[in-house]
Design a protein around this ligand. Structure first.
Ligand code: ASP
Length: 306
């Protein structure tokens, strides 16, 4: 996994509200970088529209991530990467910071909107995390209609799988996981993350993205976080909660994202990226990979990059 570089970070103040999205840490080839940035911009605009019309941070992150799941460019929803059996298994989670409600699905196949199934679990409130066939049954019970694997698999995802399959059996790193964090006008925060995981991953492998505290965390007294990168590393440092705890102690979103990546590099030797908003109304992001596409909309600022 030769995608590690020194840590790059960005951040600043938030006026009014903010939605910040990412399109995955990795090494997106030069030719596709503009498209990734534009995809993030479109998704942030969808989240911002929800906030502007009085919607909650929770609604904004769900809508932004769903826009990225619908975009075949990203490794989430339609266009997600294939596992070692040549199938799509999605992971997704969502959390709000006022009452710490959370919902998640993992190793679920056949559905195009995993983040909205996770949102349904959050609203249902009985369990936080549903896996595999139980997640499918939950989704059906909530009215989601399965679309099947073929509708989710793009030619690009199949080609990437064929290329990874030929190499040592090691899981290739897809990049293109998606996530969003938001803070609404009343100070409520939320985070959401969705992914197909790693190319050629073992069937049943679950990464950081659906795990509350690893891939996603939100607490109005601290902030909201979505992570991307080598999932096994992110799980072992409880990346999202570690960043949230730092923001709870007064660190800025940017500093919190940076310190998690520094710890990852020092303790485990893996890389990735985080996006965050903190309770003191600052946004921040950091990556230790070659690229991480992102887009931001606040009450007064509209920006994107990779
Ligand atoms: N974190 C994701 C996973 O390990 C992959 C990624 O962010 O690219 O499943």
């Amino acid at each position: 996994m030769n995608t590690s570089v020194s840590i790059v970070s960005l951040g600043g103040p938030i006026d009014g509200f903010a939605i910040l999205v990412h399109g995955g840490a990795g090494a997106v080839p030069e030719a596709r970088r503009a498209a990734h940035t534009e995809g993030c911009r479109r998704a942030a605009a969808v989240g911002a529209a929800a906030l502007r019309s009085g919607g909650s941070a929770l609604l904004a992150v769900e809508h932004a991530v769903r826009a990225l799941e619908e975009d075949p460019l990203f490794n989430a929803g339609t266009g997600a990467c294939l596992n070692a059996e040549g199938r799509v298994e999605h992971d997704a989670s969502i959390m709000e910071g006022t009452r710490l409600r959370a919902g998640a699905v993992c190793a679920i196949d056949g559905f195009s909107q995993p983040i909205s199934i996770a949102r349904a679990a959050l609203e249902d409130g009985r369990h936080v995390l549903y896996a595999a066939h139980g997640a499918r049954a939950f989704a059906r019970a909530k009215g989601f209609v399965p679309v099947g694997d073929e509708a989710l698999i793009t030619p690009a995802a199949r080609a990437a799988f064929e290329a990874a399959r030929g190499t040592e059996g090691a899981s290739g790193w897809a990049g293109g996981t998606v996530g969003a964090v938001a803070i609404d006008a009343s100070g409520g925060v939320a985070a959401a993350t969705s992914t197909g995981g790693l190319i050629n991953k073992s069937a049943g492998r679950v990464g950081d993205s659906p795990l509350i505290g690893a891939g996603t965390y939100a607490d109005d007294e601290a902030g909201a976080v979505s992570t991307t990168g080598h999932g096994e590393g992110m799980i072992r440092v409880a990346a999202a909660h570690t960043a949230a705890a730092a923001m709870g102690r007064g660190e800025s979103a940017e500093a919190a994202a940076t310190l998690v990546l520094a710890r990852l590099a020092a303790k485990i030797g893996t890389s990735g990226g985080l996006i965050a908003v903190d309770h003191a109304r600052r946004w921040g992001l950091a990556r230790s990979t070659v690229t991480m596409s992102w887009a931001l909309v606040t009450g007064t600022r509209d920006d994107a990059g990779i």
